[in-house]
Design a protein around this ligand. Structure first.
Ligand SMILES: [Fe+2]
Length: 397
């Protein structure tokens, strides 16, 4: 049974079902866990928690006179007037839907090696649950979900990609939380854009596009109502359509006037929008999407693009990669058995700093003794290598 108890009755051996606050407000990695040491009790107290929920089937019970009441899961408030109950029920529905969407997206090939990274799923689940504990965010996400399945799924998927990207850039847990939250909420203003524009198949007219662009200001408005939206979240929301060459919107910011997190979000937003399948048009392949980010070199921070490619582990045709044996290779064909195993052409020895006789390798058909792996994407400009020079020949071997 789930019971609400006052903090003064907390004991080692109890199983925490819900700490009665968002994931961001408590210091634990998980929302549910068994209390096994005094230190954890101190942490709960320091987080300012006065009452919380325990699961008496998974841990020890509380003395009979101390419990504040037994409550069904997901209805965490004793004050139950009809509208509140309805709102909580709707929140539970969005929550379930979001979690279903997270696991579906985590199975998609466009996420490359992230498919195998289960903990990202857990982090994003926590971000979604935390966002939904805020009324304005909840209402916005509920409207988005009703308005357009694609827009809602895009929000969740951008959140997943930003958390993974942030992790590869060694951001702290707190920062990961913020970038994931920014990704989830950056298009929340689309809930105030006319549905006819959001769901219009094909190109928007000039006027329609002007209306669409306003979603950034609407998102900002909604976020400003949420008192605890951090600077990182705000930067992602305000800057995700800005471009390094000043051609973005709404401000037309250039280069490093766009924040670190805003630059990250621009890359992830475009990648996801290009690769996702919509009802009226199929997304392009991850390889083609990454290539577009590389080709638009004046629009996106190329150092970040390379790191993003490395993070999702999909190497587009024409990209330069470093191998585990110190050699560099150009990707010449995407792998038939998965995006993570392309066919590569080894061309350069980075230790000796010299070109070598090209040799093609199918990463899936290697001798076990001489097995090499791709370890990272390399920025060709830094090494004065032009991958295109090595693409046109017939296969070497
Ligand atoms: Fe947007």
């Amino acid at each position: 049974m789930i019971k609400k108890i006052p903090i003064c009755k907390v004991e080692i051996g109890m199983y925490v079902y819900d700490l009665n606050c968002s994931w961001m407000q408590h210091p634990f990695a998980m929302n549910q866990f068994e209390i096994t040491q005094q230190d954890e009790i101190e942490k709960i107290k320091r987080a300012g928690i006065k009452e919380f929920y325990i699961d008496t089937e998974k841990g020890i019970n509380v003395e009979a006179d101390a419990e504040l009441g037994a409550l069904p899961p997901d209805i965490p408030d004793a004050d139950q007037n009809t509208s509140l109950t309805n709102e909580l029920l709707r929140a539970t529905k969005v929550k379930q839907e979001a979690i279903r969407v997270i696991s579906t997206i985590m199975e998609e090939a466009r996420l490359g090696k992230l498919i195998n990274v289960g903990h990202i799923e857990q982090v994003v689940e926590n971000i979604v649950l935390s966002a939904l504990s805020n009324k304005d965010a909840l209402l916005g996400l509920m409207r988005l979900r009703k308005l357009d399945k694609y827009t809602f799924e895009h929000a969740v998927s951008v959140s997943i990609l930003l958390v993974a990207f942030g992790e590869s850039l060694a951001l702290s847990k707190e920062e990961l939380m913020q970038v994931g939250m920014g990704g989830l909420l950056m298009d929340i203003g689309k809930s105030m854009t006319p549905p006819s524009i959001i769901t219009k198949p094909g190109k928007l007219s000039k006027d329609e596009f002007a209306v669409m662009r306003k979603h950034v200001a609407y998102s900002q408005e909604i976020l400003e109502k949420m008192q605890n939206a951090s600077e990182i979240v705000m930067n992602i929301v305000i800057e995700h359509h800005e471009r390094m060459d000043g051609t973005g919107y709404p401000m037309g910011k250039m280069g490093d006037d766009i924040s670190f997190h805003g630059q990250m979000a621009a890359i992830v937003d475009v990648y996801d929008a290009l690769t996702v399948d919509r009802v009226y048009c199929l997304g392009i392949s991850p390889n083609a999407a990454l290539k577009k980010l590389i080709v638009s070199k004046e629009k996106f921070n190329q150092e970040f693009v390379q790191k993003f490619i490395h993070c999702i582990g999909i190497y587009p045709i024409g990209s330069l990669v470093a191998l585990s044996n110190g050699l560099f290779a150009v990707v010449i064909e995407s792998g038939k058995q998965g995006l993570l195993h392309p066919i590569i052409r080894v061309i350069f020895d980075s230790t000796k700093r010299q070109f070598i006789t090209p040799q093609d390798i199918n990463l899936l058909e290697q001798d076990e003794k001489e097995m090499v792996k791709i370890v990272s994407a390399i920025e060709p400009g830094k090494w004065r290598i032009n991958p295109a020079d090595f693409m046109d020949y017939a296969r070497y071997n």
